[in-house]
Write a protein that binds this ligand. Structure first.
Ligand SMILES: Cc1cc2nc3c(=O)[nH]c(=O)nc-3n(C[C@H](O)[C@H](O)[C@H](O)COP(=O)(O)O)c2cc1C
Length: 162
């Protein structure tokens, strides 16, 4: 059976991003759900350890993320847009993926990545940076980037509910 991992990047367990993810995937059973806000992911310090020795010098929860990047078949990045990008924990994960850039060992495999995203603004340009970032990561870990399911204008929904 194919292994799906969701990298859940919102601090709100039942917020807009979760609801969109749920409506997209339906049953979240049998899915490896990684709540990135609950993980200890230190920021990259550009120590060059990955370039010189092939591995990261920082000791935290990143190994769980690397394992999913390297092995799982379907990688879903479920996220709100923060300042046109990912929230900080996921941005730290992207920076820590520098080890794949440094090592350039790309095993092309039959695996895919996908983004599920929400943003407050009604304008859709919030998604552009997310797509560039996940396209880059996907090419580094040998995964095909499929695209994005995007819900914009959540600020309006918020003001409607309040
Ligand atoms: C720190 C912060 C930065 C944000 N930056 C943007 C932004 O650049 N563009 C945008 O359209 N919405 C932005 N938003 C709004 C969120 O993307 C929006 O509220 C999102 O739907 C929240 O999803 P959630 O309920 O799953 O957390 C920002 C919100 C926060 C808290």
């Amino acid at each position: 059976m194919k292994q799906t991992t969701v990298f859940f990047c919102s601090p709100h367990p039942k917020g807009f991003t979760f609801k969109l993810l749920e409506s997209f995937l339906g049953n979240l059973k049998n899915i490896n759900f990684i709540d990135v806000y609950s993980k200890k992911i230190l920021p990259c310090i550009d120590c060059k350890s990955c370039k010189c020795f092939g591995k990261c010098c920082l000791s935290d929860d990143i190994c769980e993320i690397y394992r999913a990047f390297e092995n799982d078949d379907i990688l879903i990045f479920a996220t709100p847009v923060y300042y046109f990008s990912f929230p900080s924990p996921m941005k730290s994960i992207l920076d820590r993926s520098q080890k794949y850039f440094s090592n350039r060992i790309i095993n092309v495999s039959n695996r895919i990545s996908f983004i599920v995203a929400t943003c407050g603004s009604e304008k859709e340009f919030g998604i552009t940076v997310l797509e560039k970032q996940i396209k880059m990561l996907s090419s580094l870990i040998g995964v095909d980037f499929l695209g994005c399911l995007f819900l914009s204008g959540t600020d309006k929904i918020n003001s409607f509910l309040n």
